[in-house]
Design a protein around this ligand. Structure first.
Ligand code: NAD
Length: 500
């Protein structure tokens, strides 16, 4: 049964009028030092609606001199008593205030995200809820960032202070734009830093609207600066800027490597959240219904544009054909269509380039000898829609078993036994996430220990909470975001020796 663009009979949630008005209110500018400013070059980049392929509005294309202005503002704000001398309680207050304002504008922000990125409205609505939760979670941290008192000689007082890093350059991808921008801003602010953040050129609008909402909290000017623009211009200027103390990047592994090289010149602290090709191992004794439900929801969620998605499903060879057929049937029932339709499971991909990239991988899968169980076609002639696509009999030597596709394509891989499953799961340059499904508790923990990945689920997939650290093993990244680990990444330790 082929998936189709859903008909007009499907109930359509209305786009929020405030969002439509905001999008239509004219070209967007840069937010630097608490003011909305034009890009020095005067250049604008079109924001395209991936459902309709029409222009929504345009965003400013910042260049190196704009970045320099933003860094100067962030440095001034970092050193100003209006920010550096406020109490941790006051930082908590700002973060709670931002959470409240975001919550009050939740429907509007969700519509903006859906228009710009193409994710279904239910997905963007859930994203905004996650954003509110993130701000509230980080609001709890400022009063809990401790140094330590260390035992030394009787006439010595030795202790540590945990201090902010300084000006943080933050660069994010387009797949869940608001979640990533909000998490990075919240962590930096909780620790007393200031921020120059660049959203992705393909989906910057929700972050710009967030900046307007933050403006309403009376946060001192320059504490948060939002600069839009291209990766090659604004992005590389942030990575190389000598006035930036820390860089936090979310994006592809290839660009992550460039960021690391550029950051070396002034020894910026670096955290990198990069790509993935995550294994999801399902043993025969698992609750197979539940395992497949999570697997399909994961590789189809946000049309597969999720770094930690379950893109390699490893199943026992005796169940392989049956599971491949079941996954294909489930994927076929997932509706592809307007992101504003209530029953849509997959909206469009973010851009024509991303759609063509995914279709290129589908062709590689067919050429490479994998079995195509379902999908593999574009949907409709307008918008960047692609069917959920199921390949089975995949092995790790095939392109689709190795490379990150970042689209709704799953590879089902047969394994012989536990050892074979672990070997195949770890046979990748990535190490972002993974899961194991089994009712055997010893096996579950054995496999978790053996898995080379930064986030691992047992009998679940994709669940998240801001308390839970996130980051990659191997080429999936460096450092951790979320949880206590993120506080460590946004602070530095000063060790104090006092002779009494
Ligand atoms: P990308 O690396 O092309 O771009 C990410 C960001 O970097 C964008 O803002 C872009 O403008 C900027 N950029 C591009 N070139 C740059 C350069 N030379 N210098 C500085 N900045 C530059 O990635 P993408 O296509 O936007 O996103 C998809 C990738 O992001 C996937 O690999 C995905 O796995 C990864 N991702 C990872 C996580 C995670 O948390 N690990 C989350 C989301 C996405």
């Amino acid at each position: 049964m082929p998936t189709e663009i859903i008909s007009s009979a499907a109930p359509v949630s209305p786009a929020h009028p405030a969002a439509l008005n905001w999008v239509a209110s004219g070209p967007k500018r840069l937010w630097i030092d608490g003011q909305w400013q034009e890009a020095t070059s005067g250049r604008q980049i079109e924001s395209i609606n991936p459902e309709t392929e029409t222009t929504l509005t345009s965003i400013a294309d910042a260049n190196a001199s704009d970045i320099d202005r933003a860094v100067t503002a962030a440095r001034r704000a970092f050193e100003s008593p209006a920010w550096s001398s406020i109490t941790p309680h006051q930082r908590t207050f700002f973060l709670l205030k931002i959470a409240d304002i975001v919550e009050a504008h939740g429907e509007e922000l969700a519509t903006i995200e859906t228009l710009d990125n193409g994710m279904p409205l239910w997905y963007s609505t859930a994203s905004v809820r996650a954003v509110v939760e993130q701000f509230r979670y980080y609001a709890g941290w400022p009063t809990k960032i401790f140094g330590s008192t260390n035992p030394s000689a009787p006439n010595i007082l030795n202790y540590t202070l945990r201090e902010p890093v300084g000006v943080c350059g933050q660069i994010v991808a387009w797949n869940v734009p608001l979640v990533m921008s909000a998490m990075k801003i919240a962590t930096a602010l909780a620790c007393g830093n200031t921020v120059v953040l660049k959203p992705a050129e393909l989906a910057s609008l929700s972050t710009l609207r967030l900046a307007e909402l933050i403006e309403q909290t009376d946060l001192p000017p320059g504490v948060v600066n939002i600069v839009t623009g291209l990766g090659s211009g604004a992005g590389s200027a942030i990575a190389a800027h000598p006035g930036i103390d820390k860089i936090a990047f979310t994006g592809s592994t290839a660009v992550g490597k460039q960021i690391m090289r550029a950051a070396a010149d002034n020894m910026k602290k670096v955290t990198l959240e990069l790509g993935g090709k995550s294994p999801n191992i399902i043993f025969p004794d698992a609750d197979i219904d539940q395992a497949l439900d999570f697997a399909v929801r994961s590789f189809c969620g946000n049309s597969g544009q999720v770094c930690s998605a379950s893109t390699r499903v490893l199943v026992h060879q005796d169940m392989h054909d049956e599971i491949a057929a079941r996954v294909a049937t489930m994927a076929a029932s997932y509706k592809v269509g307007s992101p504003f339709a209530a029953d849509t499971k997959l909206g469009p991909l973010v851009s024509a380039i991303q759609r063509d990239r995914v279709m290129g991988y589908v062709e590689a899968g067919k050429r490479g000898g994998a079995t195509l169980n379902f999908g593999g076609e574009r949907v409709g002639s307008q918008g960047y829609f692609v069917q959920p696509t199921v390949f089975s009999n995949v092995d790790n030597s095939m392109t689709i078993g190795r490379e990150e596709i970042f689209g709704p394509v799953v590879s089902i891989i047969p394994f012989r036994d536990e050892e074979d499953a672990i070997r195949k799961a770890n046979d990748t340059t990535y190490g972002l996430a993974g899961a194991v499904w089994t009712r055997d508790i010893s096996r579950a923990h054995r496999v978790v220990r053996a898995m080379k990945a930064g986030r691992v689920w047992i009998n679940s997939y994709g669940d998240a909470d801001p308390v839970m650290a996130f980051g990659g093993y191997k080429q999936s990244g460096l450092g951790r975001e979320y949880g206590q680990e993120s506080i460590e990444a946004y602070t530095q330790v000063k060790s104090v020796w006092a002779r009494l």
